[in-house]
Design a protein around this ligand. Structure first.
Ligand code: PMP
Length: 362
């Protein structure tokens, strides 16, 4: 780790790879002989054109995205896409939403503004979203335009380990907090979207990966900056794109390719998550918040026996050189977000701290 940097367990915006930050620093004032920073560059310039095209091409390579899927970079974050998706891919105006946490809940409410009917095809709210529903618990409508899930629930620390079976109905998935953490079979989805501020880039846009046959044309009230077909024609540059964030995203793609791609990241992420969960399972001072079969590899949630001890844990973790371990208010306790850029040593450091804290306060 670079000197004077903390272990940052933030859920997003989040830690970026040291290698990327160093390369960005080295090119900050004069990007590849252009005489200016990427921040200052016209998005219509040749230099920038290469930045965005390489970024998209490398993302396609990293995720092995089939040719019949479009890749779009759109502003408004994942929250913007909660509206943009129903505005772009509705046919009959009826869709199924499976609610497994805060963001899928917000997504369903946003979609209601633009669809005739939003059905809640499953929910684990009664158990405070501590798990993912089983296939038998879902009541899916075979005539729905799409089924929406949030694949990794950032706040609750749960993840869909097996995707729901939706038959011929396209699966639309929010991968904001798990994209690029392991290989996914893109062809299983109708649409994947993600806010980039966790595993991809600094905050600034959402990536949308959509099967081209789903693009039947945006609804007339759809803002044109979110019109998927139009943005595809304009290479995601209908207006000024978030140039800086896209540039860093491109650097993150190069970093992923340089270390061996998503297979390597999956191996690293599994090792980090296993270290933390194995420790949690081996003791009784901390209690994991998510049920075992639904646990997330990216966001690990746990608590002590009391709110006071949780507070003490968070305060002392900051003194020890770690940040953002406080859990979201909807769950309480602690949350360690261990995204791609978190080194194994960071998780080791956290587990050592947890052992010491348990010893002193148990
Ligand atoms: N979905 C998920 C799973 C998230 O974690 C978040 C934000 N943390 C959002 C959606 C909302 O993203 P944004 O802030 O980009 O709108």
């Amino acid at each position: 780790m670079i000197e004077n940097r903390v272990y940052n367990f933030s859920a997003g915006p989040s830690i970026l790879p040291d290698e990327v930050l160093l390369s960005v620093r080295d090119n900050l004032l004069n990007y590849l002989g252009s005489g200016m920073s990427v921040m200052e560059m016209s998005h219509r310039s040749k230099v920038y054109d290469k930045i965005i095209n390489d970024c998209i091409a490398n993302l396609r390579k990293v995720m092995n995205i089939p040719d019949n899927y479009k890749v779009l970079f759109l502003q408004g974050g994942a929250t913007g896409m909660f509206a943009a998706i129903p505005l772009n891919i509705q046919k009959t105006g009826v869709a199924d939403y499976i609610v497994t946490g805060n963001f899928s809940n917000i997504a369903s409410k946003e979609a209601k503004k633009y669809l005739k009917e939003v059905r809640i095809a499953g929910s684990t709210e009664a158990e405070n979203f501590s798990r993912i529903p089983a296939q038998e618990e879902l009541t899916l409508n075979p005539d729905a335009d799409y089924v929406h899930i949030c694949q990794n629930n950032t706040i609750f620390g749960t993840t869909w380990h097996k995707l729901p079976e939706t038959g011929d109905v396209p699966l639309v998935a929010d991968l904001s907090s798990c994209i690029l953490s392991e290989p996914v079979d893109v062809s299983k989805y109708g649409l994947i979207y993600a806010g980039v501020q966790k595993n991809m880039a600094p905050a600034g846009f959402a990536v949308v990966i959509v099967r081209e046959d789903l693009l039947a044309g945006a609804q007339p009230i759809c803002p044109k900056i979110w019109d998927f077909q139009l943005q595809d024609k304009k290479n995601s540059m209908l207006n000024t794109p978030p140039t800086w964030s896209i540039y860093i995203c491109g650097e993150v793609m190069k970093w992923i390719l340089s270390i061996g791609g998503l297979d390597e990241l999956k191996a690293r992420n599994q090792k980090k998550a296993a270290l933390l969960y194995d420790y949690l399972d081996s003791q009784s001072f901390y209690k994991p918040s998510a049920q075992k079969d639904s646990r997330s590899m990216m966001n690990v949630t746990f608590r002590t026996a009391s709110d006071e001890l949780d507070k003490k844990f968070v305060a002392e973790s900051i003194e020890a050189g770690m940040t953002n371990l406080k859990g979201h208010r909807l769950v309480g306790g602690m949350r360690a977000s261990i995204y791609n850029a978190m080194p194994y040593e960071g998780v080791e450091y956290l587990v050592d701290f947890m052992k010491k804290f348990a010893c002193e306060n148990g």
